[in-house]
Design a protein around this ligand. Structure first.
Ligand code: NDP
Length: 246
């Protein structure tokens, strides 16, 4: 009897933070996982070794999601090494908290390049390269509902991701591909913790009625649910996972 080939998942920005935990979760759920990263090569290859030692199929692929050519290469390498893609998790993202008036042209461009164009690039590629019956999970943020000062450009880049999600779900009619987004509240990862004082972190942790920060696993569990047959009827939705914050 030949073993059935594993379903294949790409997780963008999976070298660290929430993405790395999503990659672990999907590997445990039986997916062969492509761990995408932009600069953290060591972290990405450590995760590949860890997953392979646990008996899973995993590869690391360097690609800047802001580059259409890199994203083509990400799909090329994944298809070559693991097979055609079933699941795309658009987790890669950046955040710089700064009032709008203090944003440089470069910072504005960078935020939209990674968060918005990065998602656009992978969605466009997925339109022709994802297997029918597959699914996509994009990453927004609960800040879209909070409208916090200092987050204007980041929120705008993520609000655009929510729109891409809702329209793309409709454009894929006939392919049985679901497109949803998760919108986390504050999660204890480098992206959130960097540059914040202990007091600021405590204040954020107190905001949701569940009175704690999210952990990467809280978000990975939601992503795994959205990718699973249990979410077969969930399509074109934005799922806020934030302990009741907003
Ligand atoms: P981290 O900063 O901890 O990790 C970000 C990951 O994205 C890294 O693996 C990084 O890889 C990768 N990455 C960054 N830029 C690129 C790029 N151009 N191309 C490919 N990969 C890239 O962030 P989190 O894990 O916290 O965030 C994950 C997602 O969750 C993001 O979309 C973020 O906006 C969203 N989110 C996070 C929240 C939080 O509180 N943490 C709250 C709401 C949403 P490398 O180091 O190799 O560049």
């Amino acid at each position: 009897m030949t073993a059935q080939a594993a379903k294949v998942a790409i997780v963008t920005g999976a070298s660290r933070g929430i993405g790395a935990v999503i990659a672990r979760q999907l590997a445990e759920d039986g997916y062969a996982v492509a761990i995408n990263y932009a600069s953290s090569a060591e972290e990405a290859s450590r995760l590949v070794v860890e997953l392979r030692q646990a008996g899973h199929q995993a590869i690391a692929v360097k690609a800047d999601v802001a580059s259409a050519a890199d994203v083509r290469w990400l799909f090329d390498e994944t298809e070559k090494q693991l097979g055609r893609v079933d699941v795309l998790i658009n987790n890669a993202g950046i955040l710089k908290v700064l009032p709008l008036a203090q944003h440089s042209d470069e910072l504005y461009e960078q935020t939209f390049a990674v968060n918005t164009r990065g998602t656009f690039n992978t969605l466009r590629e997925a339109a022709t390269r994802l297997n029918d019956g597959g699914c996509i999970v994009n990453f927004s943020s609960s800040t879209v509902g909070l409208n916090l000062p200092g987050y204007a450009v980041y929120i705008a880049s993520k609000a655009a991701v929510e729109s891409l999600t809702q329209v793309f779900a409709k454009e894929l009619r006939g392919r049985n591909i679901r497109v949803n987004a998760v919108a986390p509240g504050p999660v204890a990862s480098e992206l959130f913790l960097q540059g914040k004082s202990e007091e600021q972190i405590r204040n954020f942790a107190k905001m949701p009625p569940l009175e704690r920060l999210g952990q990467p696993q809280d978000i990975a569990s939601v992503v795994a649910f959205l990718a699973s047959p249990a979410a077969a009827w969930v399509n074109g939705q934005i799922l806020r996972a934030n302990g009741g914050l907003v």
